[in-house]
Design a protein. Sequence first.
Length: 202
Amino acid sequence: MQSTAIEIIRLTEVAPQRWFNGGGWTREIARGGDAQDWDWRLSVADVESDGPFSRLPGIEREICLLEGAGMQFEFDDGQTFALTPESPRLRFDGGRGLGSRLIDGATRDFNLMWRRGRFQAELWRRPLVGSMVMFADAGDSWAIHMLAGEARVTDGAGQGAAIVRGDTALLRAGDARRRCVLEGAGEALLMRIAPVGPAGDQ
């Protein structure tokens, strides 16, 4: 959708990439920056077996359980965390050593990652009822990942598209403030990604 400020990514159209250790698959939804030195990244992972997470020094990340019974996390420093439907989110330093164990079969997870010192990110899991207006300041990006239901995302020019479970709507503000309206019913992950510095100050 090049004619609008909103990009729609259909998860069903994103090719999965096999992990180097063979333990799962990743579908990259979007990124900021280039392939080798990205600023932020959104992806969905299908985890099929136990194993270590890749260490990502300088990267902050948040993982959200989408499907499955979850994973038991064990950090090298001794901290443990159970990612389950009752506790479906974990935010942590990507440079920490971390091993995972599937609780009861494969899982599907949403991953938000951003480079510390360049960007900051916030994530909310919200029910959708009626309409919601979002404003992206210059340099910001907003992402809406549908967990359930159906919605329509419309930009400030009145152009938009419908999104359903698994779809992501991405609003990149660029050098001007942008507005979008989300209307529908269901549940979604809402994310704001902002540069650190004058354009990213709260």
